[in-house]
Design a protein around this ligand. Structure first.
Ligand code: NAP
Length: 306
């Protein structure tokens, strides 16, 4: 077996602790060799509070996985690439498209791997849905992505600040699946964004895309959380992705799923990219978010407090 790849995790918060740390710990490919966070640490792992110090003191760490929110992420990613490190970006990969294009160019010029991850694309039913829709023409589709912001982003005010994307932060997960499974790309036709009177980003959004596809994102859903997509092709094939894309049925029949979970699959992919000297930067989900922000009609929603 090849040597484990040493990785540093940056931004030790909710997703780093919930998903990245356990996925690295259970992988034969990876070793968590350092963390960078102003306050977060991981037991037994050398901790730094400053990215430049970690990069200078730990030359053997070849990969940095950035788990902080999108707005501060660019400066960290650029520092890592300048220091000759491969970089893995949490979703959404940046605060703007242009900054991710800039990172992509930096990585290419330096011969480094950049992986703009989309964890929902790795959900266990996504490839079955993609296979079922391959070569078909879509007649209609609908996405319901409805979850409780207080459960998934407790007290994280950044999600309601400019660049935090509001409900489009989880919504981009739905769009990452949509852009993966559809046989041909769709484009946004209209959107309505409901933004709390005291906040900067939407808490609810409705979208209409070409090919008869509609979507409804809601961040105030209590009780059972709903992450579903349904598609009907012109030949009558129906595809239902549910549980965030982790289950799939085609014409009512349950499909065989991928084996790896979302984050273990992301780290397996990053390991492949690093070992083969390649990158994976698909910004199509973020293009849709940008279009939704550009074309969306604004409506004021009741003020939101945690
Ligand atoms: P979070 O817990 O609020 O933030 C992660 C860490 O980033 C924080 O603990 C903080 O660590 C650091 N950080 C925050 N603001 C910073 C700043 N301005 N400058 C430097 N560091 C800063 O957020 P999260 O929920 O883990 O989300 C992080 C990313 O993962 C987001 O892009 C999100 O979309 C994605 N994600 C989240 C979830 C989820 O369920 N929450 C699921 C999948 C993906 P220090 O204060 O210690 O530096």
């Amino acid at each position: 077996m090849a040597d484990k790849i040493k990785v540093a995790l940056v931004g030790i918060g909710k997703i780093a602790i919930d998903q990245h740390v356990p996925s690295i710990a259970t992988s034969d490919d990876w070793e968590l060799a350092g963390t960078v966070s102003r306050s977060g640490t991981v037991d037994g792992v050398p901790a730094y509070t400053d990215i430049e110090t970690m990069l200078a003191e730990r030359p053997e760490i070849g990969v940095v996985s950035l788990c902080l929110p999108p707005v501060p992420r660019f400066a960290y990613a650029a520092a890592c690439l300048r220091a000759g490190r491969h970089v893995m970006l949490e979703k959404p990969p940046g605060a703007t498209l242009a900054e991710v294009y800039a990172l992509d160019a930096m990585a290419q010029n330096a011969g480094l791997t950049l992986f703009a991850t989309w964890h929902s694309r790795m959900a266990k039913g996504v490839q079955a849905a993609k296979a079922a829709l391959a070569g078909k023409t879509i007649e209609s589709g609908h996405i319901d992505w409805k979850e409780n912001v207080r459960q998934w982003h407790p007290k994280q005010d950044w999600v309601f600040d400019p660049g935090g994307m509001g409900v489009l932060d989880p919504g981009i997960n739905a769009l990452s699946i949509l852009t993966e499974v559809l046989p041909t790309p769709v484009h946004l036709k209209s959107a309505v964004l409901h933004t709390p009177a005291n906040r900067q980003t939407p808490i609810r959004a409705e979208m209409t895309f070409s090919d008869g596809i509609t979507a409804s994102f809601d961040w105030l859903k209590e009780g059972i959380q709903t992450w579903e997509q349904r598609f009907v092709a012109t030949d009558g094939t129906t595809v239902h992705l549910f549980e965030g894309g982790n289950r799939c049925s085609v014409d009512g029949i349950a499909q065989t799923m991928s084996e790896l979970g979302e984050y273990p699959a992301l780290y397996a992919r990053m390991s492949h990219l690093v070992r083969t000297g390649t990158s994976d930067v698909d910004l199509s989900p973020m293009v849709h978010v940008s279009d939704i922000m550009t074309l969306g009609r604004r409506e004021t929603a009741p003020a939101f407090e945690w």
